[in-house]
Design a protein around this ligand. Structure first.
Ligand code: NDP
Length: 455
């Protein structure tokens, strides 16, 4: 049995960062991973997804380019080539993650980890039929989440985002279920590469929790681009026809036969294999591991970061939590992750960028709220036939003049919103936005030139 200052369970963004930084502070650290180092984000999430977003957007770019003098024609799309190239890059990133860990002096282990008691981790590697026990002063759980499937007859015929990155061929037709980040992003990817795409959402409008104007705007844009968006609609059952296609019966009484049904109905904390009971770690109502601001569980020496804690399920947040944990407990630098004003983007087509409060949340929290909204065609599309329109919106606390929310639907929303997030985090007022000189001609300059309050 080996002894460690820290054993990290889970080699994703939060776990790897915590292990690396703790080792850099001089701790003896081991990390365990049952799948591949890099975690959901790198292996089957944000990174490969963004590559597929790029791939699927070329179709529109080729069309637009014709209006700028290019004699382009789109012949066909080769799914296998995209998957092969994407996989090569993911392999490279997986290697980089392992190098980062070994260069920092972290011991890299493979297998499924579970707790024997509050100081002992059992590691089982089924491939090598090996088992070992690790003694740890502190344990960090960073096991992330796994896709959640609702209980629907025939659900075994559906796939999740885990499988979509490895489909053998491009589906000619697909139904995507859900109205959150993953559903909206994959509906855009499929639609962009020419798959006949239906997006089903059980509620009134996609992207619940985002600003309502932004949700409505995105919704109309994706419909214009060809997605068959069906609101207040769900799947009743899925059956197979003799060719293996999916016959999907919908709650609106219709049915559709498609090649692929993708469920993106949320993710649940990945805790099943951990045997948390053995160490006395308690779970929350959604199966998450509740933690305090220092990421400590109810057990003194056991900590958790990232999606498994169900705070904000975003890679940079997990990384921030892991880093703060390592600095606090191994670097003599007590600090905790700040979960306020976390910006995020939905890589839909067009993308959404958002930071701070929606208008609806702002009105619940502030007595006097002003909003500024702008909706326009970007300069690039003045020469094209592309009907895409961009929306930008600022939310201001009228009493302090502070900008408390900024939202956008349009090209480069993620890139633009990162800078705006810094301004909001720094407490910028609307007067500060107004006095900042715009970069002309750009889309982003609109954030500095919105002068007329919404009525
Ligand atoms: P989300 O929680 O964002 O969305 C889940 C969607 O599924 C919601 O629209 C929800 O509806 C719907 N849903 C839930 N249960 C059912 C059901 N039984 N039947 C039909 N619909 C259902 O989860 P995702 O899977 O999209 O993503 C998981 C998390 O991963 C996100 O919350 C995000 O934090 C992260 N992520 C971030 C990305 C980014 O930063 N770009 C990209 C991808 C993921 P309702 O709204 O009614 O609850």
């Amino acid at each position: 049995m080996s002894n460690y200052d820290l054993v990290v369970i889970g080699g994703g963004s939060g776990g790897v960062r915590a292990a690396r930084i703790a080792a850099g502070h001089g701790a003896k650290v081991a990390i365990c991973e049952e799948f591949r180092y890099g975690g959901t984000c790198v292996i089957r999430g944000c990174v490969p997804k963004k590559m597929m977003v790029y791939a699927s957007h070329f179709h529109e770019d080729f069309e637009d380019s014709r209006h700028y003098g290019w004699n382009t024609s789109v012949d066909s799309f080769d799914w296998s080539r995209l998957i092969e190239n994407k996989d090569k890059e993911i392999d490279r990133l997986n290697g980089i993650y392992e190098n980062l860990l070994s260069n920092a002096g972290v011991e890299i282990l493979y297998g499924t980890a579970s707790l024997v008691d509050a100081n002992t981790v059992q590691l089982t590697n089924e491939n090598e039929q090996a088992e070992q026990q690790l003694k740890a002063d502190k344990i960090l759980i960073a096991t992330g989440g796994t896709p959640y499937y609702p209980n629907v007859p025939g659900i075994e015929h559906a796939i999740s985002s885990n499988e979509v990155f490895h489909l053998e061929s491009q589906p000619n037709s697909a139904i995507v279920v859900g109205g959150g980040y993953i559903a909206v992003e994959f509906a855009g990817i499929f639609n962009g590469i020419g798959t006949d795409t239906t997006l089903l959402y059980r509620g009134e409008q996609i992207l619940r929790g985002f600003d309502n104007d932004i949700r409505n705007h995105l919704s109309s844009e994706i419909v214009k681009k060809g997605i068959d968006l069906r609101l207040e609609t769900n799947i009743e059952k899925i059956e197979l026809d003799s060719d293996g296609r999916k016959i999907v019966t919908l709650t609106d009484g219709t049915s559709k036969t498609v090649d692929c049904v993708l469920y993106a109905t949320g993710r649940k904390p990945n805790v099943e294999a951990l045997n948390l009971n053995n160490a006395g770690v308690t779970l929350g109502a959604k199966g998450e591991i509740p933690v305090d601001k220092y990421s400590r569980t109810n057990v003194e020496n056991i900590f958790a970061v990232g999606d498994v804690t169900d705070r904000i399920a975003l890679t940079p947040v997990a990384t921030m939590e892991g880093h703060a944990f390592a600095d606090t407990f191994f670097g003599n630098n007590e600090r905790f992750a700040d979960h306020s004003n976390v910006p995020s983007a939905v890589f839909s087509q067009p993308p959404v960028g958002s930071v701070g409060l929606s208008e609806e949340h702002a009105r619940e929290q502030f007595a006097n709220v002003d909003t500024y909204t702008s909706e326009f065609k970007i300069l690039k599309h003045t020469l094209t036939d592309n009907t895409e329109r961009t929306m930008m919106k600022l939310i201001v606390d009228a009493d302090s003049d502070k900008v408390i929310g900024a939202h956008m639907v349009g090209p480069d929303a993620a890139e633009i919103m990162q800078g705006i997030a810094i301004a909001i985090k720094a407490g910028a007022t609307k007067a500060d936005f107004n006095s900042t000189v715009g970069i002309h001609p750009s889309t982003a300059e609109e954030f500095c030139t919105m002068r007329t309050k919404d009525s």
